[in-house]
Design a protein around this ligand. Sequence first.
Ligand code: PMP
Length: 390
Amino acid sequence: MTDWERQLELWAARGLRRTLRPLAAAGPRVEREGRYLINLASNDYLGLSTDPRLVRAAQEALARWGVGAGASRLVSGDRRVHAALEAALADFKGTEAALVFTSGYAANVGVLAALAGPRDQIFADALNHASLNDGARLSRARLRYYRHRDLDHLEDLLKGPGPRRGGRRFIVTDAVFSMDADLAPLPALVELAERYEALLVVDDAHGSGVVGPEGRGTVHHFGLAGRVPVQVATLSKALGGQGGVVAGARALVEVLLHRARAFIYSTGIAPALAAAALEAVRLVRGPEGEARRARLRQHLARLKAELRAKGYRVLHEDPAPMLLVWVGAPGPALRLAAHLEARGVLAPAIRPPTVPEGTSRLRLAPMATHTEVEIERVIQAFPPAEEVGV
Ligand code: PMP
């Protein structure tokens, strides 16, 4: 047996082996191995990934510009649709400018590695997304984690020795923590950042499109427009497509053009994806977006109340667009996910290393495009909590 095979067996024995399992369709109803499943396993919260208007925008862009951008944007990969999208995203986020990356992951790694360096200090929420952690490490700044959402702990760290001469401080956080369905305390983080002269970087991957007025995100939900200097978002979740964005001052975006290696040394985002995202921003900000957000809120409230009535511990803070059903050990989490799948519901078990040991859970992300009947079927598919042993 090779080392790799041994490693795979160890993971399998601990309920941690991962496999790819293709779906035969996309959207709120999917198909796997000939069976129809209600899809609660996506981040396509508003159901835009299969929306005909986005598909048409992408098709028109494909016909006009072809499949790939052909080069880095700084070389010959830049198209007018990129600039149009960046202007729309800057307006959406309330900033002077924006820069689009090929994914949210690339945006986070790119922005942190570009802005922070070995003289700097980064203070990061302990539950931040892997891409923020990877960017922070790549920057070679001194990285300190504060306990999840613990402002006293963060302030204690900020009171400690400052950065080396010429260095600066960063506070880095997810806006919505997607595996806990809770929100960063952004108003207090803004104040701490201002008081301790730290640059606040907020990744609103899960809030953009679904949270706040016009879906503009968590920063707007808290009325903090203009007070978060670096906003990151993804085009890959509520906006239905693929890509990432950093929004902020024009000078920030220009610095990223010179320093963000994930932007400079990577082919520009496909023009068709940029065109789809441009259409998504338009829809999300209008009455259609409002109606979809309202339906999503209804589904979340119903699932939360009914699953709690069945005895489950459900994690969810409004207005986060997902729910977590607490299980604990990975084995029972997998068994509950399999039980649901056998009853036509696709909801993934979230296990270590995505979450800490002993905190496995099921993640439910209803979509605005689910029907009430489907939400009812989801509720019916859950056995009473005591049968699952949670
Ligand atoms: N930030 C957060 C908080 C995320 O959850 C994710 C996706 N899982 C990303 C960034 C990465 O975004 P993308 O999928 O567009 O690479």
